[in-house]
Design a protein around this ligand. Sequence first.
Ligand code: ADP
Ligand code: MG
Length: 612
Amino acid sequence: MADFIQLLPDHVANQIAAGEVVQRPASVVKELLENAIDADATEIILVLKDSGKTLVQVTDNGKGMSTTDARLCFERHATSKIKSAEDLFNLHTKGFRGEALASIAAIAHVELKTKMEGEDVGTRILIEGSEVMAQEVAVLPKGTTIAVKNLFYNIPARRNFLKSNPVETRHIIDEFHRVALAHPKVNFRMVHNGNDVFHLSESNLRQRIVSIFGGKTNEKLVPVSEETDIVKVHGFVLKPEYAKKSRGEQFFFVNDRFIKSPYLHHAVLSAFDGLVKSDHYPGYFLFLAVAPHAIDINIHPTKTEVKFEEEHAIYAMLLATVKHSLGQFSIAPVLDFERDASFETPYGYSKKSPVLPVVEVDKDYNPFKNSGTKKSAFRKESKEVWESLCVGLKDDDEDSLSITHNFAVESDEVTGKLFDDGTNALGKVTFQLQQKYIVTSIKSGLMIIHQNLAHQRILYEDLLKSITVQEAVSQQLLFPLSLSFTKPEMTILLSLKEQLEHAGFVFSTLKTKQLEITGIPVGVTESKVSTILEQLLADFEREVPDAGFNQNDLLAKSLAKSMAIKTGAVLEPEAQEHLIHQLFACKEPSFSPDQKRVLITMDVNDFDKKFA
Ligand code: ADP
Ligand code: MG
């Protein structure tokens, strides 16, 4: 019988593999720039012709290669950067697979010129379609120049697939920006068709950002910096008012390598929650440093996706840190107050020694005095806000007290104790209106809280935390609950299984059409489960969330909506009080997850006017 299996010739194997590494000229730019950085270059020049389709050339003043290495570097799996599989977990360099140059050489005409420091002469090699055409001794400066010409010359299908020059140039500039931003200490030049496009001199990060994105950027930058045991973060976010409708300047770097992370992106978005419109994207340049063994960069061939060991903790820390920075730099009127990030840090791992927060609280400050600040007042750390609203109920002037008396069951003396023992005195100045609103007295007058929207906000923040950071507790059902769904519905539920479990659901079976539930989130009654899931399905069918990150948000919103106390529900005084306390423990008490107003306040002065 004849044998059918054949080994592919090397150059064919290289061509196929090249497709993974090299999609377009920008991929070549990325690989060559990263190699130059790995060679410790301090000067890097990128020269392009026809958007890289005719020429991509990178010249560096790095350590160069010996004659043997110059020849070897085009072999597949030729790398000086790892020696064993273990090294993969301890990487400090960009490259490590040793396949970039081999791939590029398989599909282009490549010229390499390189010389090591201290050598008299260097090496020049010409290689076409993986075949060495010439190799000679050459007089060269220290460093390496690699010229990649006529990309995909031997794969017409790929060449035809390339986009217009402006599009390919855009991709190249993106890659150039990423490397240049990650290495502000390195000089970079980019020349396209003979024109200088960028000339970036050695600088610090702020200067580098400004020299790439223009002088106006400087005033937009808000510094971010935080250090914990597992991750260090530094960099900048752009002030919320400069958020753009299109995705623009969003950069994450991990150990100085640009990465894409929808998950961490969501953490930053959440920090801007309420500060930018829902269809706007804030800009950021954030550098994370983690121990090399704590990430796996190997999951993607072009290495822009990474897997973190402590993803959830990093998410939480990023959210808190960015939020803190925005608050600290008094970015918007809504964030007038300094806040200590630890207030809202839902992660328990940080072993940093506690730093005393420099929060100056003016207890007599009355955020409602000036109507212009009404909307903003509730961003402050909740309890403080709440307390500052209420202190003075006892000893304030008679006018405001008279209002309190109208509603308070007890005298002002009891009210005065309100925050001495803090716990259950609130109910005494609080009542429910038409089973819809909770009315409570505050120092400046009245506050009216929409019970349903308030509870939505509380549940939403809780759920989001459970889904992303730590799991919620669930209550076990006495008898498993069996529910039927259509196949498409089950597909949606299956895709949300993990998040639902984090939220407190326990599934014993999740088959094509059958669902069996043995545990549900605390606060949910069994009879409501099917309505909740149906609402969830309706929400998900309507809005198709993109990557996983939006999913969590949508899920939390949907569950919060169906689980929240409804209008019409009678709330006992303790429940009213509890709701208010919980609301003011939220990060964003004044708006519902759908950005509806949760509460209004009425100033005694306004009443006075009406009686005038
Ligand atoms: P990797 O970067 O993954 O190791 P490459 O194919 O990109 O694989 O490069 C192969 C090897 O060639 C590198 O490990 C390095 O030793 C050498 N090399 C490539 N570019 C340069 C350069 N600009 N300067 C010095 N050495 C280089
Ligand atoms: Mg490389």
